[in-house]
Design a protein around this ligand. Structure first.
Ligand code: A2P
Length: 273
């Protein structure tokens, strides 16, 4: 199954997340993921694993056109020239000729969360629109952006991001932001769909999993799809990689009502720390 972006580009509906996978581990993890059927890989310059992922892509021998590869502009690069420079660095590390999706990693540097970088984001966005129009990227977007971060980009360029990648999982669904993105045809991608492992013991999710004879992780991943968001589960373990791709079951209205009510105060924050 695919999601369709507002420019018609199709995106495989589950992506392989690679945050927190080191360059040493990323080669084998990515090669395995591709072997068992993942066709969508999500990385970032900041993850420092693009080189290994690039090798795995090459060695997989899968036709480039069948893969969907995402990378991200480092959060502290907030200029037109910087955006082009770092896009090329990612392309070189990945050893690719184009990317399927390139995102501004965050509206502010991770070292200074909340800093007003509106002008810098607009400059970076202009460079990305140009790269998109020149065919180096098939789609462009943002990550960790709120509505108030997205609007200035659209006002300055008239170009609506194709994607906003946010921290999204059962109990942390950022409903207002989700609605804004979906109303504006911006695909929401869900990073940490398993709350980096922290929702696996939730009583309500376990009940739903038992009902369908699946695992809690599978419910968490299926939930993202049912909410029209694209999950990016991360695993370095082959069996769990397989499990996370095997979510061809339906959650019914009653399940969704129950899962929508799950609320974990501890985890309910919009950002990764
Ligand atoms: P591992 O890599 O050892 O499988 P998220 O995708 O929300 O960031 O969560 C990733 C975390 O959840 C990792 O610690 C990963 O560990 C673990 N994980 C991934 N898939 C599963 C699964 N199917 N069941 C249990 N834990 C999982």
């Amino acid at each position: 199954m695919n999601f369709k972006l507002n420019n018609g580009v199709l995106v495989p509906s589950i992506g392989f997340g690679t945050w927190q996978i080191s360059n040493e581990d990323a080669y084998e993890a990515t090669l395995n993921a591709i072997k068992i059927g993942y066709r969508h890989i999500d990385t970032a310059y900041a993850y420092q694993n693009e080189e290994a992922i690039g090798r795995a892509i090459k060695d997989s021998k899968i036709d480039r056109s069948e893969l969907f590869i995402t990378s991200k502009l480092p959060s502290d690069i907030k200029s037109y020239d910087g955006a082009k420079e770092y896009f090329n660095k990612s392309l070189n590390l990945l050893n690719l000729e184009y990317l399927d999706l390139y995102l501004i990693h965050a509206p502010w540097p991770w070292s200074n969360i909340g800093l007003d970088c509106k002008d810098g984001n607009i400059e970076a966005w202009k460079a990305m629109v140009e790269l998109y129009k020149n065919g180096y990227i098939r789609s462009i977007g943002v990550s960790n952006f709120l509505e108030s971060d997205i609007k200035p980009l659209i006002e300055a360029t008239g170009f609506i991001p194709h994607v906003n990648q946010i921290r999204f999982f059962i109990g942390n669904t950022q409903e207002k932001l989700l609605k804004y993105c979906q109303d504006n045809n911006i695909l929401v991608e869900a990073y940490s769909p398993l709350a980096t492992g922290n929702i696996l013991n939730d009583k309500n999710i376990i009940e739903v999993a038992n009902k369908h004879n699946v695992t809690v992780a599978q419910v968490a991943i299926r939930y993202c799809i049912e909410r029209n968001t694209l999950p990016l589960p991360k695993s370095t373990n082959l069996e769990r990689q397989k499990m996370n791709l095997d979510v061809d079951f339906k959650l019914d209205k009653e399940d969704l009502e129950k899962l929508n009510k799950v609320h974990n105060k501890e985890l309910d924050r919009p950002l990764r720390s």
